[in-house]
Design a binder for this molecule. Sequence first.
Ligand SMILES: NC(=O)C1=CN([C@@H]2O[C@H](COP(=O)(O)OP(=O)(O)OC[C@H]3O[C@@H](n4cnc5c(N)ncnc54)[C@H](OP(=O)(O)O)[C@@H]3O)[C@@H](O)[C@H]2O)C=CC1
Ligand SMILES: Cc1cn([C@H]2C[C@H](O)[C@@H](COP(=O)(O)OP(=O)(O)O[C@H]3O[C@@H](C)C(=O)[C@@H](O)[C@H]3O)O2)c(=O)[nH]c1=O
Length: 301
Amino acid sequence: MSILSETGGPVLVTGGKGQLATSLVNLGGPRIRCVGRPNFDFDRPETLKTTLDAIKPVAVVNAAAWTAVDLAESEPEAAARANTTGPELLARLCAERGIPFIHVSTDYVFAGDKGAPYLETDPVSPQTVYGSTKAEGEQRILAADPRSIILRTSWVYSAHGKNFVRTMLNAGAKNPALKVVGDQRGNPTCSDDLARAILSILATIEKTGWKDEYAGIYHACGTGETTWHGLAEAALQKASEYGQAKPTITAIRTEDWPTPAKRPADSRMDNSKLARVFGVQMPQWQESVNKVVHHIFTAPS
Ligand SMILES: NC(=O)C1=CN([C@@H]2O[C@H](COP(=O)(O)OP(=O)(O)OC[C@H]3O[C@@H](n4cnc5c(N)ncnc54)[C@H](OP(=O)(O)O)[C@@H]3O)[C@@H](O)[C@H]2O)C=CC1
Ligand SMILES: Cc1cn([C@H]2C[C@H](O)[C@@H](COP(=O)(O)OP(=O)(O)O[C@H]3O[C@@H](C)C(=O)[C@@H](O)[C@H]3O)O2)c(=O)[nH]c1=O
């Protein structure tokens, strides 16, 4: 049975075949109505109102975003349409209809120099175009819609779509040796776990009715921390149980893997507000990595 009751109006999910949108479709039951490009496109703002008028949702979850971190550095306008002005308009349209709006943001809004898990009250200081467009989006959404909830998550992976875990499994299948940065810390998050958290929030809102104290920013990432190197190790170790030869994985420094966008050195986030307000506990990242790798190797293709 789905976390979200099966009776009630449609819940609009944006994000097409993206990781989170796919998880919401798979786990959300019959009320989920997922839209993607070309029908719903932040580059064509008129498609937002058309979509809402057609579906008449009782709540909206925005899982659409520009997620190409390095490419955003050279395409800031397109990234801003998808991460800032598009979501702002969507929030405004939700406000006009009086429906809750759940949006997703990122750990990359932080500089990564706190030295401890970030709280929702910590100031943002994005170091990349992607992070800046997401941080600006947060502010504009909160201003546009008093019924908005923003979940900041991090290092999202799943059995489908483009993500670091799948990249490592593919790279490890082809190469006997990999090099992965070992000095960036964070919280890997399984998109199914994030989808369950969102569905649980929606279920709570439906049970209690909207409460103004629900509005605002929450951190929602996998429990426990690691580095990108640690995540690669965990995924490839699990893959070896299914017969894939495990490559040697050398931990390297950030400066040894140069990228156009500077990733935060330590973007760990604290989930306790999510647990306090909505009673949602995010699973341990290692358990979810194991489940996803198991799924990748055992699900019929
Ligand atoms: N992936 C990660 O590691 C992390 C993601 N997040 C956030 O989580 C949310 C979900 O991410 P995730 O599921 O991984 O993202 P994906 O990249 O898997 O999916 C994003 C979706 O957004 C769509 N999209 C991109 N640009 C537009 C646009 N201009 N108009 C309409 N749709 C568009 C894409 O469509 P198309 O397929 O047509 O390109 C795609 O379907 C996002 O808000 C992201 O910022 C936060 C932290 C980590
Ligand atoms: C592929 C690869 C990457 N790396 C490094 C580069 C980088 O520092 C780190 C992560 O690489 P990626 O580019 O795959 O991940 P990246 O695109 O930075 O992932 C981010 O995506 C956005 C959308 C978010 O919101 C973030 O939370 C985060 O998940 O690993 C290696 O060291 N070796 C490798 O073989």
